[in-house]
Design a protein around this ligand. Structure first.
Ligand code: NAD
Length: 316
């Protein structure tokens, strides 16, 4: 796979989309980028702004305003279109508006003849990814949600600040909904393969008990302070693209379809092996009793939201 010949189309050139694009360009992930936004000025303005990066970048790239016709030969489409959360809004509050937007986008992408891999971050990301996959009928392994990748990054970040160990040495999972019912898997945290318990001298029990909440509330905290979160998810989306284009076989938390867990329609955050074909395999973690119960509670919330919105979309 020659990553130099890759074309990425971004749909939704707002804060998250352009943060992703900037990360991807800086990491030289592709040679060609196209931008689609419902507001043409955003596509053109961001194209004009980002082409100025070429003179200072390590590698050259092409960037242009895209169209749905030109999705046909894209390798990867990244979708970040849709309304973002306002202060005190949950991600699920965005469901009606953003599911209408994703339906429209899904039908246009399908009509283009696109055969590549789609990565979605628009919220509520798990339900939106499931709706997109169902409407397009694309192979489930080629439709990937950002799932809880950002939540897992936040968990690693908190542990890192507490233990003074790099987040890159921390293997910690958050699974289930990217939202208020997410589950931090505290029973299975490793520091470069070493059990977290071996760091007990540095571990404060109150901190451990509060970790799930800290991770769940971080987005609200950032939104309150600066209206939106975008750098973390932008970098996470670039990581998923990098793992695909380098055919990495690396394990990473993403939003995957959960047939392996007995759910036919829904997507949620779980660890999975990622390679050039998208999701190669979903990994089942060993959970303790409480985590198992909370994980399934989270999946039930997603299932009922999916069923509710799917009925509305079908009836229209
Ligand atoms: P934003 O308002 O800055 O950007 C959204 C963009 O989508 C806008 O440019 C808008 O014009 C465009 N858009 C709307 N409808 C469109 C359509 N039909 N076709 C093409 N473009 C369309 O919002 P943002 O802060 O970039 O957030 C984007 C999405 O990402 C939101 O749903 C937000 O909740 C979500 N998000 C997800 C995560 C995650 O971890 N998955 C993290 C942060 C934000």
């Amino acid at each position: 796979m020659n990553k130099l010949d890759k074309k990425i189309v971004l749909i939704g050139a707002g804060a998250v989309g352009t943060s992703f694009l900037y990360a991807a360009i800086n990491q030289n992930l592709a040679t060609s980028y196209e931008i689609i936004d419902v507001f043409e000025n955003f596509s053109i303005g961001n194209k004009l702004d980002l082409e100025d990066v070429i003179a200072s970048n390590q590698a050259s790239f092409k960037i242009s305003k895209g169209s749905y016709q030109s999705c046909k030969d894209a390798d990867i489409i990244v979708i970040t279109a849709g309304k973002p959360q306002k202060p005190n809004q949950t991600r699920l509050d965005l469901l009606l508006d953003n599911s209408r937007i994703i339906k429209d986008i899904a039908l246009k992408i399908k009509a283009s003849g696109f055969k590549g891999i789609t990565i979605i971050a628009s919220n509520p990301v798990d339900v939106i990814t499931a709706v997109y996959q169902k409407i397009t009928g694309f192979d489930k392994n080629k439709v990937i949600g950002s799932g809880t990748i950002l939540d897992a990054a936040r968990l690693s970040c908190e542990i890192s600040k507490h233990l003074h160990v790099s987040p890159r040495s921390i293997s910690a999972y958050v699974i289930g909904e990217h939202g208020d019912s997410s589950v931090s898997v505290l029973s299975n945290i490793k520091i470069n393969g070493i059990d977290l318990n071996l760091f007990s001298e540095k571990l404060n029990l109150d901190f451990l008990n509060d970790l799930n909440n800290i991770v769940r509330k971080k987005a609200y905290q950032i939104i309150k302070l600066k209206r939106a979160t975008f750098y973390g998810i932008g970098a996470a989306l670039a990581k998923i693209v990098r793992l695909i284009l380098s055919d990495s076989d690396e394990i990473c938390v993403v939003g995957a379809k959960l047939e392996k867990y007995g759910y036919t329609n829904i997507y949620a955050g779980v660890p999975a092996i990622i390679n050039k074909n998208g999701i190669k395999e979903v990994i089942k973690l060993t959970l303790n009793k409480e985590e198992e119960i909370n994980f399934h509670k989270s999946l039930k919330i997603l299932e009922s939201n999916f069923n509710h919105i799917w009925k509305q979309l079908k009836d229209k």
